[in-house]
Design a protein around this ligand. Structure first.
Ligand code: CP
Length: 308
């Protein structure tokens, strides 16, 4: 299927070959930006809406800079600045916005909201994070891992932390791309049931455990994320207790392969999910990952609106 004009709601909507195509385009756009080569001819004059019902640094900035680099104009709707879902239905919002914009990014709550936006929109809709998935972040992680190891397939990945949107997306993405994946999370913080159902198809390539050392042992790449995601702030103290022992620290890193890399979507809480020492030792990989949000957002905007 052509990538042109397709929404990007979750990784499972794409084949591994299409994800590789997006990553190749992102790498090419990154190289062109670094070389100072303009790459905005196709999309100049397009307009996109960025709907943020939750706060953001990386996602907002990467979509905005990507759009500007591609010659597009951006309208930002902040968490208090739109009627969506409050005074106006998702369906009506979609039909209004697609009459004005060439694409719509949405960050907010349930996956059903971004699905509904896409259902009623005639222009592409991009998922900038929902409670279930964070697919553009995973593209940035994959681009960073490919820059580091030159490949995805065959690598052994581990995730230590909350089985929430990052974990859900990584399980799907890593298994699709031929990686082994072990996730360690406390009881009560398992990934979504439908994601675990999907992972069952991959047999021994997937493992769910409550033992963080199992996720770290022999890993090529280790992922983590904050223990308390946006909107869960009232649970912070309980979560600190429940995730006690799930920190990526030097002792745990010593179980991984010597050249193991770390990916963290940021913001990080040093001393909770990762020690300051381990984060600083892997800062290049983590901040490259943050920068790569820009290049993958550009690939998503560019390939979906204009085709290649
Ligand atoms: N990683 C990520 O999504 O960062 P923001 O919440 O700052 O957008």
């Amino acid at each position: 299927m052509s990538l042109k004009n397709r929404s990007f709601l979750k990784l499972l909507d794409y084949t591994p070959a299409e994800i590789e195509e997006l990553l190749d385009l992102a790498a090419d756009l990154k190289a062109r930006k670094k070389a100072g080569i303009r790459h905005n001819e196709q999309l100049a004059g397009k307009n996109i809406a960025l709907i943020f019902e939750k706060t953001s640094t990386r996602t907002r900035c990467s979509f905005e800079v990507a759009a500007h680099d591609l010659g597009m104009e951006v309208t930002y709707l902040d968490p208090s600045g739109s009627q969506i879902g409050k005074k106006e239905s998702i369906a009506d919002t979609a039909q209004v916005l697609c009459g004005m914009f060439d694409g719509i990014e949405y960050r907010g709550y349930g996956q059903e909201i971004v699905n509904e936006l896409a259902k009623y929109s005639t222009v592409p809709v991009w998922n900038g994070l929902t409670n279930e998935f964070h697919p553009t972040q995973i593209l940035a992680d994959f681009l960073t891992i490919k820059e580091h190891f030159g490949k995805l397939a065959g690598l052994k990945a581990g995730f230590v932390g909350d089985g929430y949107n990052m974990a859900n997306s990584l399980i799907v993405g890593c298994l699709m791309m031929g990686m082994d994946f072990t996730i360690a999370c406390p009881n009560g913080y398992r990934p979504s049931a439908d994601v675990l159902f999907f992972a069952r198809e991959y047999g021994d390539h997937f493992k769910l455990t409550t033992a963080p050392d199992e996720a770290a042992r022999g890993a090529d790449v280790l992922f983590t994320d904050v223990w308390t995601s946006m909107g869960m702030e009232r649970e912070t103290e309980r979560r600190r207790r429940d995730f006690n022992g799930f920190c990526l620290d030097a002792a745990r890193m010593a179980l991984a392969k010597p050249d193991c890399m770390i990916q963290h979507p940021l913001p990080a809480h040093r001393g909770e999910e990762i020690t300051a020492e381990v984060l600083e030792a892997h800062a290049n990989e983590i901040f490259d990952e943050a920068e790569n949000r820009l290049h993958v957002e550009k690939a998503v905007l560019g390939i979906l609106l204009a085709g290649k």
